[in-house]
Design a protein around this ligand. Structure first.
Ligand SMILES: *Cc1c(COP(=O)(O)O)cnc(C)c1O
Ligand SMILES: [Zn+2]
Length: 426
């Protein structure tokens, strides 16, 4: 705990130089805006890499507690974090049984389905963006969400004593609605898709002085996703993997994992490498995958129709940059049908004992296709990014009721005979 206090209370030097437009390169001071005034391009946090190169080292990182804050210098806070102090550093799990099923000998699963406190990688982006909201002095926060972000903003806002307004599309899993309301957040279902919700939220920030984590706080929010990449490299023994399979909604997570590996190389923390980034989407909402496969820069919005609600963004904000990162890294993209998503969920559960949500099913199903098509090869180190927990999307799965018996050994023996005839239980 002493070390937690070290990072949280004393190491508050920031290496941020400001915000920069990703299209026209215009610069801005740090403030809660996400869009360039010159060209309407997205803004990104900029750091002083020369200063960072002098301070960032493996030794400094490993001396800190196992949370996302061990990469403090590469994150955009200027004051100690107010929320998510225990977030991050989820397990990177060797997955030999899943690897055997997919024909990959060095396969790993990064399991953010157990991220603290709301069981998805969104806890990382919320830890940054709500802490930033406190720095900027907002007392009301919120988000446009496909589910997991709603859970995380609501929980973390409750802990920080902030008022939260959460906007969701009307069609969402029950567990994700309940898992938002329970924290006392004001939940508003908008009749429409996520893209309609997002459009409304973009208007809200012009009329109300609220900190919406993925709207006006988006440049800071997005930086939180880098910690997935930092942790993967550290947990592999300070090296980048050969390939990473990442689920995409808005496309932010994929671009930030790409950026994380690039930053660690630039700062000499890991040796030079060329990790390939592979994007995964549902067939029923695949605007980024389609752009990659057809070799075009422009992203054509779609109307989502998939059980993978957490990935159902038809007009992805970072789609252009995700497609570019995939292409530049030498990766590829694939999609999965609803049936393949469910098979992916079951395969991960049955081989590695990890129950993921529909987004994780997308990742596993797409990894299977990429291996079959030869984009991933057997000897390479491959990481599947599992971003959420299966207990939140149980509506998508139908299970048979369990076999029921009287409390008698003779009945059990009969059932065991049936099982061994069925042959599926070894
Ligand atoms: C939000 C989300 C993603 C994708 O996030 P983007 O950064 O918008 O691409 C992936 N998986 C899960 C479970 C999510 O909730
Ligand atoms: Zn611009």
């Amino acid at each position: 705990m002493a070390l937690t206090r070290d990072v949280v209370e004393t190491e508050t030097r920031s290496y941020v130089t400001g915000l920069r437009c990703r299209l026209c390169r215009a610069t801005y001071p740090e403030r809660p805006v996400a869009i360039c005034e010159e060209c309407f391009g997205p803004l990104e946090v900029e750091y002083d890499y020369e200063a960072l190169a002098r301070v960032v080292s493996r030794e400094r990182i490993v001396a800190r507690p196992p949370t996302m804050w061990r990469y403090w210098e590469l994150l955009p806070l200027t004051a100690p974090p107010r929320v998510g102090i225990e977030t991050g550093y989820t397990p990177l799990i060797p997955a030999p049984r899943l690897g055997e099923a997919l024909g990959l000998k060095n396969l790993y699963v990064k399991n953010d389905g157990v991220c603290h406190p709301t069981l998805s990688f969104k806890d990382r982006v919320v830890a940054i963006s709500l802490s930033k909201a406190c720095e900027f002095g907002f007392d009301t926060v919120g988000c446009a969400s496909t589910g997991n972000l709603a859970n995380s903003v609501a929980a973390n806002a409750a802990r920080a004593g902030l008022r939260a307004y959460i906007f969701i599309p009307e069609r969402l899993e029950q567990a994700k609605i309940l898992g938002t309301q329970i924290y006392g957040a004001r939940v508003i279902a908008v009749r429409g898709t996520y893209d309609d919700v997002n459009r409304l939220c973009s208007e809200i920030v012009y009329t109300l002085n609220w900190g919406l984590v993925n709207v006006n706080l988006r440049p800071f929010y997005a930086e939180g996703s880098k910690t997935v990449g930092f942790e993967i490299a550290e947990q592999l023994g300070w090296r980048a993997p050969d390939a990473v399979v990442v689920p995409m909604a808005g496309g932010s997570l994929l671009t930030k994992i790409h950026k994380a590996f690039a930053e660690l190389q630039r700062l000499g923390v890991i040796p030079p490498a060329r990790p390939r980034l592979f994007g995964a989407q549902a067939r029923g909402c695949n605007p980024i995958v389609a752009a990659v496969k057809e070799g075009r820069e422009e992203i054509r919005p779609v109307k989502p129709q998939t059980i993978a609600h957490s990935l159902a963004i038809g007009d992805p904000a970072d789609g252009y940059f995700a497609a570019r990162a995939i292409r530049q890294s030498g990766g590829w993209a694939e999609d999965a049908t609803d049936a393949e998503i469910l098979a992916g969920i079951r395969l991960l559960a049955e081989t590695e004992g990890i129950f993921t949500e529909t987004a994780g099913g997308v990742t596993v199903a797409v990894a299977r296709k990429l291996a079959e098509q030869g984009y991933l090869s057997p000897e390479e180190t491959v990481v599947l990014v599992i971003t959420g927990n299966g207990l939140k999307t149980m509506d998508a799965l139908a299970t048979a009721p369990p076999i029921s018996i009287a409390p008698k050994i003779t009945e059990l023996e009969r059932v065991l005979r049936d099982f061994s005839e069925g042959g599926s239980h070894s």
